[in-house]
Ligand binder design. Structure first.
Ligand code: TRP
Length: 342
């Protein structure tokens, strides 16, 4: 069976963007693929993380996976640092990837900002670790958001260069399952910015553990414009929002996109239904839908977070199963590289 790998960083404030853009989409894949869902704690420490928070945040992502419907009997759910082979394969990939390739990574440029000299070396080689995550299991399908596409292309290039340089066929081709722009969730305060864990305003994001009152308040206060909702005539023939149209009313399109994603309906369908409506009425409908969809997930997350022993047992079991898959692949790689194994 084809294999899926994906990962989420334990950096806190898991929000609607993480849910709609990633976690929720992992769930149906577990029935048609051999799947591994990882809490990528080693990726998280490429920028400073409070050590006192790491364990809680690792359990939180695990709880989100489980609450969203990932079944730890079907999928392998684990945290990265418990499987040493990720770091071992990443080292080999540090020696395969070229500096020129890493220098093109836009996420490094964004995250390092102006003060590149102060960025960690880990942040720079982060894409090599990500390639190792995937290729350690010879995963072929990787569900990620648009922002990770460049990293997947790099993983593909690393796999091909390794196979070529060592004249082996160890690594498969990687197929991104890039999750559509429909699931690009923007800030509730500013529709031009992505919803983000690090936005100083709590009102900019709905987090996965928000209860009905918080969800209602955040949607009620979400930035909008004074006009009524648009109709389908502004969409393209394929039912998409032209960039210029979106740029005119980014907050409006964001809320419509969130509604469509939560309802699992086509955006054009929702636009047709809501055309001409006032925001006050639409926001009420959106709140109801969001509470209905997110409420049970948040409640289950909180219940799981109160049972850390159970979460840790899921991670321990997942790590053992992951190690069993990773071992033979790493052995194949070490053999190809020519490392002496006694
Ligand atoms: N880089 C991803 C992110 O920040 C997380 C990640 C790490 C990942 N390793 C991965 C995603 C492997 C898919 C596959 O969102």
């Amino acid at each position: 069976m084809a294999r899926v790998f994906s990962g989420v960083q334990p950096t806190g404030n898991l929000h609607l963007g993480n849910y709609l853009g990633a976690i929720r989409n992992f769930v149906p894949l577990q029935d048609s693929y051999d799947s591994l869902y990882c809490v990528v704690d080693m990726h998280a420490v490429t920028v400073w993380q409070d050590p006192a928070q790491m364990k809680t945040l690792t359990r939180e992502v695990t709880a989100a996976y489980l609450a969203a419907g990932i079944d730890p009997k079907k999928a392998i759910v684990f945290n990265q640092s418990q499987v040493a082979a990720h770091a071992e394969l990443a080292w080999i990939f540090n020696c395969v990837a070229r500096l020129g390739w890493l220098n093109r990574m836009t996420q490094f440029k964004d995250k390092a900002g102006k003060n590149r000299e102060k960025a960690s070396a880990g942040l720079y080689v982060y894409p090599n670790l990500m390639a190792a995550d995937i290729l350690l299991y010879k995963a072929t399908h990787v569900p990620v958001g648009e922002d990770q596409k460049q990293h997947l292309e790099l993983a593909h290039d690393i796999a091909q260069k390794f196979n070529h340089d060592y004249a082996v066929e160890i690594f498969p081709q990687i197929e991104p399952l890039v999750l559509g722009s429909a699931t690009r969730v923007m800030s509730l305060r500013d529709g031009k910015k992505k919803m983000s864990k690090s936005d100083p305003s709590d009102m900019s994001r709905i987090v996965m553990t928000d209860g009905p009152d918080e969800i209602a308040k955040k949607i009620r206060k979400a930035t909008t414009d004074p006009n009524a909702l648009p109709g389908v005539e502004v969409l393209t023939e394929k039912g998409e929002v032209p960039d210029e149209t979106r740029a005119e009313r980014p907050e409006c399109w964001n809320l419509l996109g969130i509604y469509a994603a939560l309802a699992e309906r086509a955006l054009s369908d929702v636009v047709a239904e809501r055309a001409g409506q006032q925001f006050s009425a639409f926001k009420k409908a959106l709140t109801e839908l969001a509470v209905e969809q997110l409420g049970p997930v948040g409640t289950e997350m909180k219940r799981l977070m109160n049972d850390p022993g159970y979460i840790d047992s899921v991670l321990a079991d997942g790590a053992a199963r992951a190690r069993a898959l990773a071992g033979p692949v790493l052995a194949e790689v070490y053999d190809a590289v020519g490392f002496l194994r006694s």
